[in-house]
Design a protein around this ligand. Structure first.
Ligand SMILES: Nc1ncnc2c1ncn2[C@@H]1O[C@H](COP(=O)(O)OP(=O)(O)OP(=O)(O)O)[C@@H](O)[C@H]1O
Ligand SMILES: [Mg+2]
Length: 257
């Protein structure tokens, strides 16, 4: 099992939309996916139409109460399981911060899954801050997938998150973290700036940037309010096609690496 963190410390760039819909499209391709909602906002959980529950998140595992297999739930989508979030996860930022091993707790909790053979990929939806949960997620991950919005301030955030990778590697917690990819989101062909940002990011980060660009689409914004993935809510629409293409590109990258 490869662990892939979907992270960017900047808020509202499409992390959750990507975690949800990439997970669903990978599952449709036959990959066995565990989506882990690590954001106390629980947007990925509610976006899938799944109820939150006290003690249902990774939190009790992180404080040693449960093992990770106790909190995994299957979903209505074949091949897609989830570890839900709950507001209780916010407690990690305070409680775990005081523990000497806070950087490696998520890694240690997920360790049994790495060898169990139940899942091909764990996809981690990270919160938009450089706190204990996000740094712990990066310390637990093999790969980092960074969504950025096609706008100028999107680029600024990108340099910050890219700088975190060597810091995590040098911390000793995870020397092998790599940037799996950068995915450009909310592309709007009517705006010149968005094309310019895509070009700039490709110039600097070359092949790390996904060929697939996620368009700005009202449907993508609406789907989570119905508790549906985009392929359930608007099959055949632009958002569906984009996330299906992203999943195909993701799998091709992993087959070739
Ligand atoms: N391609 C898109 N087109 C239109 N709306 C989008 C698109 N991607 C995301 N959105 C909407 O933009 C908002 C932010 O997206 P999302 O929640 O995925 O970002 P996030 O990075 O996870 O945010 P946060 O940092 O708060 O966790 C949401 O309302 C979402 O539905
Ligand atoms: Mg989010």
């Amino acid at each position: 099992m490869r662990i892939v963190a979907i992270a960017n410390q900047k808020g509202g760039v499409g992390k959750t939309t990507t975690a949800l819909n990439l997970s669903a499209c990978l599952a449709a391709e036959g990959a066995r996916i565990l989506l882990i909602d690590l954001d106390p906002q629980a947007n990925a959980t509610s976006g899938l139409g799944i109820a939150q529950e006290d003690g249902g998140s990774l939190y009790p595992c992180l404080i040693g109460q449960y093992s990770v297999t106790d909190v995994i739930r299957s979903t209505r989508i074949p091949n897609l399981s989830i570890i839900r979030s709950h507001q209780e996860l916010a407690g990690c930022e305070i409680e775990l911060a005081q523990a000497g091993d806070h950087l490696t707790r998520i890694r240690d909790v997920l360790a049994p899954l790495k060898t169990s053979g139940h899942f091909d990929y764990a996809i981690l939806d990270c919160p938009p801050s450089l706190g204990v949960l996000m740094t712990g997620a990066l310390a637990a991950s093999d790969e980092l997938l960074i969504p950025i919005q096609c706008e100028y301030f999107g680029l600024e955030g990108l340099s910050k998150i890219v700088q975190i990778v060597p810091q995590i590697c040098e911390s000793g917690a995870n020397p092998n973290l790599t940037i799996e990819g950068i995915v450009m989101t909310m592309f709007d062909s009517r705006m010149n700036l968005t094309q310019q940002v895509v070009n700039d990011v490709r110039t600097v980060f070359t092949d790390v940037v996904y060929q697939t660009v996620i368009p700005r689409s009202i449907r993508l914004g609406e789907a989570p309010s119905f508790g549906k993935t985009i392929v359930e809510y608007d099959p055949g629409g632009r958002g569906s096609l984009a996330y299906q293409a992203l999943a195909t590109e993701f799998l091709t990258r992993h087959r070739n690496s």
